[in-house]
Design a protein around this ligand. Sequence first.
Ligand SMILES: [Zn+2]
Length: 129
Amino acid sequence: MQNFLCVLCFVCLTVYMTTVLGADENFIFGSSALQALDLVDQRSVTCVSSPSGRKAFQVAGGSGRLYTCFLSCHYCPCPAFAYTVLRRNGGLLCKHLLAVYLCQAMAVTQQDSVSDQQMSALLSGTSAR
Ligand SMILES: [Zn+2]
């Protein structure tokens, strides 16, 4: 049943990403999508929120590195994002952002709350989290 749900969400998300975000199908059905599904399976996505209502998503990459992604401005600090989105300007998603979208769609995002101070450290990239 869980797999069935997963496939359903994935189809919806694919339509959403191709139509709304402009990602291309080759990307969505390529290896990044599989890697993103792995991240979802491993529950690697954590939504961090602060009392003032700010939100960020932390994704644990394969190497154990934590990437802090922002859905609001569609940003991930990983090299793949810099290459595919910023340099090629292709409107693509890296596996981390894709994993965040998938986790949100499937409601399997882990929740964590931090203080406003910790959140500003996170946003400014000075946090060791
Ligand atoms: Zn990324």
